[in-house]
Design a protein around this ligand. Structure first.
Ligand code: SF4
Length: 193
């Protein structure tokens, strides 16, 4: 099943790449900018977590040691609601090719599945994505980019990207959803203790 999931990720990445390119005048993402990995819950399914574990097991020992130290610190800390992702090493994702769905979509303007409202990436408040067309006071999008590009929202909510339709089309099963820290606790707590 993991190969079918990888096929899905490949197709999804191609679509996301087009979305990011279409929104280029509003996007400030670049290597080393890792705000989206510094404070979050990182909800993910069992299938997403298994793919990350495959990548983790292939890491160079030096990187793996750093990830292990991050995981140990996270599991020993009492503040676990919002936390830095332990796979972040020197501001770079150590499991980039295997990262979860939520990591792949972060940074784009999206629609909230439940409310249908537009959802800004939080980094707009840091002066990053979409900040050139966003009024912080009214919390609304203001205008197009100078080249006329409109800020567009996309249907990339996690529930859409891991829907039963996707499972049927790719013959995969995402399984249960948990915060990353809870998956890590299941997998690594015995090692940390
Ligand atoms: S898995 Fe990678 S991209 Fe996702 S939050 Fe962790 S470090 Fe960031």
């Amino acid at each position: 099943m993991i190969n079918r999931y990888r096929k899905y990720l490949q197709i999804l990445d191609e679509k996301l790449d087009k979305m990011f390119k279409k929104q280029a005048p509003f996007i400030k993402c670049q290597k080393g900018c890792a705000y989206c990995c510094k404070e979050g819950e990182y909800p993910m399914s069992e299938l997403e977590f298994i793919e990350i574990l495959f990548k983790y097991n292939e890491l160079e020992q030096q990187i793996k040691d750093k990830v292990d130290a991050n995981i140990s610190n996270l599991l020993k800390s009492s503040r676990q609601k919002l936390y830095e992702c332990p796979f972040l090493v020197d501001n770079v994702c150590s499991v980039y090719q295997a990262r979860g769905l939520i990591c792949r979509t972060f940074g784009l303007l999206s629609y909230n599945d439940k409310t249908g409202k537009k959802k800004m990436p939080f980094c707009v408040d840091l002066g990053l994505n979409y900040s050139n067309v966003y009024d912080k006071d009214t919390k609304t999008l203001t205008e197009c980019a100078p080249d006329g590009t409109e800020p567009l929202a996309f249907n990339i909510d996690r529930t859409t990207l891991r829907s039963p339709n996707i499972e049927r089309d790719f013959n995969i099963f995402f399984g249960e959803d948990k915060a990353l820290v809870d998956w890590l606790r299941e997998e690594f707590q015995a090692v940390v203790d």
